[in-house]
Design a binder for this molecule. Structure first.
Ligand SMILES: NC(=O)c1ccc[n+]([C@@H]2O[C@H](COP(=O)([O-])OP(=O)(O)OC[C@H]3O[C@@H](n4cnc5c(N)ncnc54)[C@H](OP(=O)(O)O)[C@@H]3O)[C@@H](O)[C@H]2O)c1
Length: 281
């Protein structure tokens, strides 16, 4: 297995880091965490990764590839579109030739193991999105850290925490799925763990980086309402009652069997996110 230490360049000059999908929730967090480096943060408008990189980009020391089709249900209607972004896009990021961090997902697993997934477990995606992320892993090439994470949330973009804060302020009850279990991961914690991973001569390959602890979506909704002081009841429903288009793994807890950086508990992530949003507790 190849090793790489982009930090070894620090003494000479700041690392040149290119972030794709920088307008997204993880891309924004990475731009903050790597702010001491020379960051080129490219939004969707700057580089549509379905196509090769635009000319004139600085030659990077490290690529943090977050750009992705992330609409899980929408991918069922347009699997080709999801694959163009998530497989083709990852191949184009790898073509830059620098060490690459390619983000992948717990949705590469079918969730039938019934216990936490480690890096050596075999993927078996249930959805078009999951398949596109799995094939995207293969497109990342040999000089890549494939970072699988799960249930991302942060202070910007579309995510469950922001949706629940809105619904909890509008209604006195929300119906939330209570039979899917995972690790809700705060993007600030994932960005910090990414910095640790790439800064420690860590071998390339698959790494599971997700929050400590685990819960269901209903548990997470209750924690959000409790932390934010919102008087909204959670009605626990099943996945089939909710009726989403894409199948999702029932238990997709990610743990590492390798020496991966540890992330804080999801409740700490939630508290950090609410603090960033200025939600009084
Ligand atoms: N969100 C989760 O729960 C979750 C869980 C596990 C893994 N992941 C993975 O983590 C990574 C980051 O996810 P995220 O939650 O930060 O997603 P996000 O907030 O949806 O950000 C993704 C970004 O990629 C951009 N994008 C979409 N298609 C693109 C294209 N063809 N070319 C360039 N940019 C494109 C989006 O721009 P537009 O908004 O303009 O389309 C958006 O800014 C992704 O690889 C995702 O698959 C996410």
């Amino acid at each position: 297995m190849e090793h790489s230490d982009p930090n070894s360049l620090v003494a000479r000059r700041r690392r040149r880091i290119l972030i794709t999908g920088a307008g997204g929730q993880l891309g924004s967090a990475l731009a903050e965490v790597f702010a001491e480096d020379a960051v080129t943060a490219l939004s969707h408008a700057d580089w549509d990764v379905r196509f090769p990189a635009p000319p004139g980009l600085p030659d990077p020391d490290l690529v943090l590839h977050t750009a992705a089709w992330t609409n899980v249900d929408g991918a069922e209607d347009d699997p080709q579109g999801a694959a163009e972004a998530n497989v083709g896009g990852t191949a184009h990021a790898a073509e830059l030739g620098a060490p690459l961090v390619a983000y992948s997902s717990d949705y590469v697993f079918d969730g039938r193991k019934g216990s936490p997934y480690v890096e050596s477990d075999s993927p078996n995606p249930l959805s078009a999105y999951g398949r596109s992320k799995f094939h995207g892993e293969a497109a990342a090439g040999e000089r890549a850290w494939i970072v699988r994470s799960s249930w991302l949330f942060g202070p910007t973009g579309h995510n469950f925490v922001r949706t629940m804060l809105r619904l909890g302020a509008e209604r006195n009850e929300v119906a939330v799925v209570a039979d899917q279990r995972g690790c809700p991961t705060y993007v600030g914690h994932l960005a910090a763990a990414t910095r640790e991973l790439v800064g420690a001569s860590t071998p390339f390959g698959i790494w599971h980086l997700a929050a400590s602890g685990d819960c269901t979506w209903a548990d997470l909704a209750e924690a959000i309402f409790e932390e934010a002081g919102l008087d909204c009841r959670v009605r626990r429903i099943t996945t089939s009652e909710f009726g989403a288009k894409a199948l999702r793994p029932p238990v997709s807890i990610l743990r590492s069997e390798k020496d991966a950086p540890e992330l804080p508990h999801w409740r700490e992530g939630l508290a950090a996110c609410l603090a960033e949003l200025g939600v009084p507790r």
